[in-house]
Ligand binder design. Structure first.
Ligand SMILES: CC(C)(COP(=O)(O)OP(=O)(O)OC[C@H]1O[C@@H](n2cnc3c(N)ncnc32)[C@H](O)[C@@H]1OP(=O)(O)O)[C@@H](O)C(=O)NCCC(=O)NCCS
Length: 208
């Protein structure tokens, strides 16, 4: 597999069967989060849209990204050694989930409550793909806009959101209870505006 091989993904709604893997993905990204997200409750809420990004095993290159092979490939990378052979929550025969996203519909405004990609699978386009899919759903449902909070220090997530047309519109001081860090409030333009549709289409053209 050369470096340009794209990770083949399927984005689909989260289901009950996913919850074990999903909780491992969340823990990997937010080890300090307490209490963890009650995904089981979220799946029952009418106003929640929870998605998973799963390796698309109908594509031949998918097997290269399954945990065994992928870790092997990364074995020479010193920076990744610590994650080798770590518990993934995945069992053979299940789809392999690499990313999750959760959104609430609050009076026709979208609020992203969680977004996480497994550490070993970051910088491969997973976060962008699942976010894009979610924004498309919001656009189709004629949501007014989509908002989220992000740690002031989380530059990688902020960069992802900026690329999807989000703008910083405010700060919530001492928002995070574990360490008192501020949150930036980031919001899209009206998802129904023509400009916003253009931003999303542009993204799809660039990422394929
Ligand atoms: C933020 C996160 C979801 C991004 O997922 P990802 O799959 O790595 O993102 P992508 O590969 O799709 O990257 C898309 C864009 O995000 C930004 N980005 C992602 N990782 C980055 C990094 N380490 N440094 C800088 N920018 C980064 C870049 O703008 C990137 O575009 P580029 O590839 O053209 O440079 C992932 O890093 C993550 O799970 N972090 C921990 C949990 C978290 O912070 N969630 C967000 C809470 S608000």
């Amino acid at each position: 597999m050369d470096k340009s091989t794209k990770i083949p993904l399927k984005i689909r709604p989260m289901i009950q069967k996913d919850l074990h893997q999903v909780s491992v993905v969340e823990k990997d990204s937010f080890p300090e989060l307490f209490p963890p997200t009650a995904f089981s409750k979220e799946l029952k809420r009418q106003n929640s849209i929870f998605l998973v990004a799963e390796l698309d095993e109908s594509k031949k290159e998918a097997s290269c990204f399954l945990p065994g092979q992928w870790n092997q490939r990364k074995a020479n990378d010193e920076t990744n050694k610590v994650y080798q052979n770590k518990y993934t929550g995945w069992t053979l025969g299940q789809g392999f989930i690499v990313g999750i996203l959760g959104l609430w519909n609050m009076a026709n405004e979208g609020h992203i409550v969680t977004l996480a990609v497994r550490r070993d699978y970051r910088k491969l386009g997973v976060g962008g793909t699942i976010l894009h899919h979610c924004l498309r759903i919001c656009f189709e449902k004629s949501f007014i806009n989509v908002t989220l909070e992000v740690r002031a220090s989380n530059k990688s997530a902020q960069s992802l959101y900026l690329k999807h047309g989000f703008k910083t519109v405010g700060v919530r001081k001492n928002y995070y209870t574990d360490d008192g860090e501020d949150a930036l409030i980031m919001t899209t333009p009206n998802t129904n505006s023509f400009d916003y549709a253009t931003i999303l289409d542009e993204h799809i053209r660039n990422t394929g």
